[in-house]
Design a protein around this ligand. Sequence first.
Ligand SMILES: [Mg+2]
Length: 386
Amino acid sequence: MYRASRIIHVDMDAFFASVEELDNPELKGKAVVVGGDVSQRGVVAAASYEARRFGVRSAMPMSRAVRLCPGLVIVRPRGGRYAEVSGMIHEVFERYTPLIEPISLDEAFLDVTGSIGIWDSAEQIGHEIKDAIKDEPGLVASVGIAPNKFLAKLASDLDKPDGFCVITEENKQAILDPLDVGRIWGVGSVTAKKLKEHGIVRVRQLRGMHIEHLRGIVGNLAEQLLELSQGIDGRKVELPGQAKSISQEETFAEDIGDKEVLLAVLGGQVELVAMRLRGAGLAAKTLTLKLRYGDFQTITRSRTLDEATDVTKILWDEAKGVFEKWACRGFRPLRLLGFGVSGFVEAGSQQKGLFDGADDKQKQLDKTVDEIKKRYGKGMIGRKYS
Ligand SMILES: [Mg+2]
């Protein structure tokens, strides 16, 4: 029987700042930011909604944030803790479907098409996930539900914070038409500018265009943009286990030039990737950092290990080494930072003697941490990344 796809996009509200409030209730209701020092020209990595009311935004220089909001509370980032909470949220998702595609620490797509029948509807699942995240880690998520990934992500964003929005085949065009073309997936600032130069500002105008005319403006993107402007998106929810790599990446609202903040983000990514690697029973030989500058130039820096590993500490030491090598050869502020592993072998299939000595201890530590996280969910186990 054909069943229309039901995709849920879950996006945590002000994630890093909310985790800090959760762990330190005294911060609740205050204007809180996570980020670097004012004195060291740090930037805001995340701002609570309270802080946003003063105009404070992610990636803003901390000195500016402090000027905008005199009572601002600044908290240092704790990447390991964010990865841990992210893992708890992932466990909530797993109750409803195995088809989960994590996008970043605080964002994931879930394909729940096959779960309907066990649960009444995608809406019921969406509400239960929101409630469970509210009860268990104690955080607020925005949920979008739609027939495909593009619309689901749009839906979670439309109603933020504490959002719950459903886009259907029936209402999708009415929702899409008045939106700015920049809301279409794949339309970055460069493409948006080109379209606007041709007088195309709203999605309604975009979808009315002739393909050849549009191709003249945006080239090969034309077909994709026309489809998306009609709410058509054929991309599947991709499982990390099926992929040839497991990765996490974060796009920042503005460039981040604070190495400490970047390392904290990287630490969280390494932790989450390592947990997913172990969860899949795999070990990886190659690790890759993805770095995008403000001008959208994107580079990758990889390192291949002598032996495959699933040990967080080894991956972190190597990732940090790659980062520092890049940073010392010509550091530039980043728009995007990502970490991934590839070159998989089944864990335990490596040659004997690999995990002796210090590695053995690290492996035991990872196992213990994973088990505690699984058993108790909560807790304060988190490494420090700096
Ligand atoms: Mg978010």
